[in-house]
Design a protein around this ligand. Structure first.
Ligand code: ATP
Length: 416
């Protein structure tokens, strides 16, 4: 309490000093250098404006009391060590609340320790008065050198799909802290999606396909490969092909590689940096089934082609979207994985999956309070293949009926 009072008095003092000096200068100059007794005539103006500032500051401190007291309560400070004197402590301070983005900024005159905020996030949430820990999500970002930005937001755990989420030239990836999140089709890269059984992978896969189909005019062909299921065979569209046969898949990759190289030739002739035509996109569900196949030579050929497509595909608009429960080297060779630029991570208890798709735990903790193994169904972290930005998303639920009616919708439109 004493700390708050001190903070308030210092802050009020600064504001009043600036106000009075400003008023004095205005009067002084408008009255062509009036004497002090001239200024005295305006004492009521000083009094009223001083009172207004006092009330405004008081309301501000009462309103953001919890945020002002937070660095003090949680001992968020930085210190300088001087050889002669004792070390000096600089406490972090609440700077401002940005209403538009619902973000709170804290600053420190020396430099700020973002990790301390990440480590204390549960206590911060508690201190701010959110009793139910699951009620609110927490994102923390470094802002300038000496500030951290804390954004509190809510993500629904479950919501329904509707066709209005589809958008021309964009892929809808779910809802993030600001609402619907779209990846421009132009920025799509070859990507890996991993999540354990029941995490909502198939649901997510179908949702991505809807966005791709909505953008059919920019996509030459979509190839679906699933060696263990028939879910993707339901689409039966003029611009899609499905295979559950490994030899056919091998031929397809050979084909895609040739197509990619032809596109490169054309680009070279035209001196284009990116291919000036439509995308070829291949979706592979459960890539692990290829790794377990007995024919070593066939597997090797497939994986070599996947590596090449992953490496060079983006400029020529030939892309791979690979889905897998696990991404260790027994499921997907490391060379294939490292050449997929983007990643999507759903619920998993495997630290290997997390590290090799998104990165360190600390990076995950910056954007969510929920551990990846506790993610609800359909919760995804997307790592952008171009910018490496990480985004926390919740994907809508697609019931069987919704999936069937969407497939019918695309059949009526594309197969016409
Ligand atoms: N976004 C979502 N929101 C709510 N519930 C979901 C969501 N996605 C999936 N579910 C629920 O989770 C169940 C499993 O989803 P899904 O089949 O997509 O998971 P999966 O990871 O593909 O599992 P598997 O690998 O075993 O097929 C679904 O039947 C559905 O009820």
């Amino acid at each position: 309490m004493l700390y708050m009072l001190r903070l308030f008095i210092v802050n009020l003092g600064i504001h009043l000093a600036v106000l009075f000096l400003g008023l004095f200068l205005v009067i002084f100059f408008t009255k062509n250098g009036a004497a002090l007794d001239e200024v005295e005539k305006y004492k009521y103006l000083f009094l009223v404006s001083g009172l207004v500032v006092f009330i405004e500051r008081l309301i501000y401190y009462i309103k953001y009391y919890k945020f002002h007291i937070l660095p003090y309560s949680l001992k968020l400070f930085n210190r300088v060590n001087n050889e002669q004197k004792e070390s000096k402590i600089y406490l972090d301070k609440f700077k401002i609340y940005d209403k538009k983005s619902n973000t709170y900024f804290f600053k420190n005159r020396l430099s700020i320790d973002k990790k301390a905020y990440i480590d204390l996030k549960d206590r911060i949430i508690h201190l701010l008065g959110y009793e139910d820990k699951n009620e609110v999500e927490f994102e923390i970002k470094a802002h300038n050198k000496k500030e951290v930005a804390i954004k509190l937001f809510k993500l629904p755990k479950k919501f329904d799909w509707h066709i209005g989420l589809l958008k021309d030239k964009n892929i809808y990836l779910g809802h993030n802290k600001d609402g619907s999140y779209y990846l421009p089709l132009e920025n799509l890269t070859s990507s890996i999606c991993c999540g354990e059984s029941g995490s909502g992978k198939s649901n997510f896969l179908n949702m991505i396909i809807f966005s791709l189909l909505q953008n059919s005019q920019y996509i030459e062909h979509l190839d679906f490969i699933d060696l263990k299921g028939v879910e993707l065979s339901r689409y039966e569209l003029n611009n899609t092909t499905f295979t559950d046969n490994i030899e056919e898949a091998n031929n397809l990759f050979e084909n895609l590689k040739n197509e990619m190289n032809n596109r490169f030739k054309e680009m070279k002739e035209k001196k284009d940096l990116t291919y000036n035509g439509n995308f070829r996109i291949c979706l592979i569900d459960e890539i692990g089934t290829i790794s377990t196949h007995f024919d070593k030579k066939l597997k090797e050929n497939i994986f070599n082609n996947l590596i090449e497509i992953g490496q060079k595909g983006r400029a020529s608009k030939v892309l791979l979207l690979i889905f897998s429960q696990k991404i260790d080297s027994t499921n997907i060779p490391t060379n294939v994985l490292t050449n997929l630029q983007g990643s999507f991570l759903l619920r998993t208890s495997s630290q290997f999956n997390i590290n090799n798709s998104i990165g360190l735990n600390e990076e995950v903790e910056e954007i969510t309070r929920t551990r990846v193994q506790d993610f609800p169904k359909g919760r995804v972290i997307f790592k952008d293949g171009l910018s490496s930005e990480k985004v926390l998303l919740q994907t809508p639920f697609l019931s069987q009926d919704v999936q069937n009616s969407m497939i019918k919708y695309f059949q009526n439109w594309i197969n016409k």
